[in-house]
Design a protein around this ligand. Structure first.
Ligand SMILES: [Zn+2]
Length: 401
């Protein structure tokens, strides 16, 4: 029992550290009692590794596969561990194993592998609790090709009703600028802030009938919101995806088409760096109380979350570019770019910024203010978000026609 207490105290300390450092209220703890990990065992025979978890409570584990190095993360929502993890030694398969909370309600065991392995996950339930079994057998690099969570196969006892409601997916849509911050202005007098808002509202409308997808807007009127607050809204909403919408001006008047940006320390090119700098300058309108970045936290679990988030952002950006192309939306050359956008910095929310078009181009200004065009682009964005949601929740989510 001492271990239980000590461990939960340590978890709480980590959570509070994370919450304080990110300057956020750690809001939405689950009201229900969490599932408790009561035992963790592992065995290995002829390069086949088996990890067993005993749980008091129900379990719906998910696997996340990561490359470079090969890693398998086993995630359990609304779960805490009451036990310590036995050290790995002399394993041919697993180099390292760690565990802890990676979000306010998600427990994770992460295994660093010596080579690509094929994972298999099974869950069994009885009256007293659940057992989760992860097995790893030699696999191929291709087993790690998509950074997509694999939902587990659940072996339910026949009598047990499967009552757990489907997992919801929350997308936070962020119409850029607003209020005193007008963003770019087109030669025809169009303000970027109103174009962004129109696209945001059209996107919410397009997602209205998507089952399992909740939409939160950072603003639905002409309000100024600092950049940090925008990503904080996403974290408070427990967002699974953050999409910031823009229509900036650039030096090259003849350049037009959409661009999809992800976060990177180093900009992919000079145009991306200029756009990120001008976006980041939005905060000059913010009061000094907003003028601080959250301190960096150096914690292995937070780093892992950040890397996983990057991989999901990248995955979504690639797929969004493909959807835009298929949807007949013009794109600039090399439409997937990256730069240091402050608004994309939530460590645990996959985030992208879309320049839907550039107001510096006269043709594009006309398109950007057209309701038909806004609805057309919103539909393409919505389809792309729904596809991503389906991957993340492991559920069939399709947009009704
Ligand atoms: Zn902008």
């Amino acid at each position: 029992m001492t271990d239980v207490l000590r461990f939960s105290t340590a978890l709480r300390a980590l959570l509070i550290l994370f919450a304080v450092a990110s300057g956020l209220a750690w809001g939405h703890a689950s009201a229900a009692d969490p599932t408790i990990v009561t035992a963790i065992r592992h065995t290995e025979e002829k390069k086949a590794f088996r990890l067993e978890l005993d749980l008091a409570g129900t379990a719906a584990p998910q696997l996340v596969l990561l490359r470079k190095p090969y890693r398998v993360a086993l995630d359990l929502d609304d779960t805490v561990s009451a036990v310590k993890l036995a050290a790995i030694s002399g394993s041919e398969v697993v180099r390292d194993m760690r565990h802890g909370l990676v979000a306010d309600n998600r427990y994770r065991i992460i295994l660093t592998l010596t080579d690509a392995m094929r994972p298999d996950l099974e869950v069994a339930r009885d009256e007293t609790g659940s057992k989760v079994v992860l097995t790893l057998v030699p696999g191929r690099d291709a087993d790690f090709s998509a950074p997509v969570a694999l939902a587990s196969k659940v072996a339910e006892p026949a009598a047990q009703p499967s009552a757990k409601p489907g997992k919801r997916f929350t997308v936070v849509v962020d119409p850029g600028h607003g209020g005193v911050d007008r963003g770019a202005t087109g030669d025809g007098g169009t303000d970027e802030k109103s174009v962004n808002l129109a696209f945001g509202l059209a996107l919410r409308e397009a997602l209205k009938s998507a089952p399992g997808v909740d939409v939160v807007l950072t603003r639905d009127d002409d309000t100024f919101i600092p950049l940090n607050e925008r990503s904080a809204i996403a974290r408070r909403a427990g967002a699974n995806l953050f999409v910031s919408l823009h229509a900036d001006s650039i030096r090259f008047k003849d350049l037009r088409g959409a661009t999809v940006y992800t976060l990177s320390e180093k900009a992919s090119d000079s145009l991306s760096r200029e756009i990120a700098e001008s976006e980041n300058a939005s905060d000059r309108f913010a009061g000094s109380e907003w003028d601080q970045d959250a301190p960096e936290i150096h914690d292995i679990l937070v780093d892992l979350v950040r890397r996983e988030t990057e991989s999901f952002s990248e995955h979504f950006a690639v797929s969004l570019v493909a959807h835009l192309k298929d949807g007949g939306i013009q794109l600039i050359n090399n439409p997937k770019r990256s730069a240091g956008f402050r608004v994309l910095r939530a460590p645990d929310v996959p985030s992208i910024l879309v320049e839907i078009g550039y107001l510096s181009n006269a043709e594009e200004e006309k398109l950007l203010t057209s309701g038909d065009w806004q609805r057309k682009v919103a539909k393409v964005l919505a389809a792309s978000i729904v596809e991503f949601a389906r991957h993340r929740t492991g559920q069939p989510a399709t947009l009704p026609r």
